[in-house]
Design a protein around this ligand. Sequence first.
Ligand code: OOG
Ligand code: MG
Length: 255
Amino acid sequence: MKQNIVEFPEILDDAVKNAAPIPQLSERAELSLGDAYEIQEAAINLRMQRGEVLSGIKLGFTSKAKMEQMGVHDLIWGRLTDKMEIENHGCLDSKRFIHPRAEPEVAYLLKKDVDQNVTNDNVLEYVSNVAAAIEIIDSRYKNFKFSLEDVIADNCSSSAYVLGEWKDFSIDASNLEIKMMVNNQLVQSGNSKAILGNPLNSLLEAFRLAKQYNVDLKKNMVILAGAATPAVYVHKNDVVAVEVEQLGVATLKVN
Ligand code: OOG
Ligand code: MG
């Protein structure tokens, strides 16, 4: 890693551990996309050294609504760990987060270690299930503001996720109504087709990117396809629910 950025993984990791925001790293050094993914990997390795285990990957900015909300216009991907998972109907401890936002997602479950290119033709061999999901993103940067390289280095704001009940992968998820409720009030609504035209495309992109970046995707790992709508800030005592037509509901309570 370049000398002027070696400290960045630890700076990001401290921001996670202390739930304390930091200035954008791109203000301190010019970052390339390659630098940003290197920082992401090194920062995640620090979490792994504390016992966290890779539980999957997530894609970001797969919908126009998200790109426009954040002013960033490229597909990104980040890593998920077991510690980020909250059981369905479980609680999010707001003290551990800086300024958490919730977004509605579609999740996929791998039934087999990935040992070759996964495409439309063989995807059934590798993916068993699909579910409604909530992703909690929590940018480590002040005011949730960043460049493309900043957000990639920051593991694409990944911080927690909730999976609804797994449904069979054979359900066609290309055109499903999606609603997000906070305290029973509708706060966002959209359609799964907003996710790269079909969340299946996002899943196939995830396989491609994992291969490109040498990430081993294993049985039981999860892939989050990206939000279908803009994200909303959540606060203590909120109950968040994401409902995807045919897939069901994922909920969490903010404590
Ligand atoms: C970056 C993460 C984007 C998505 O689903 O588009 C993302 C952010 O908005 O902070 O997870
Ligand atoms: Mg997301």
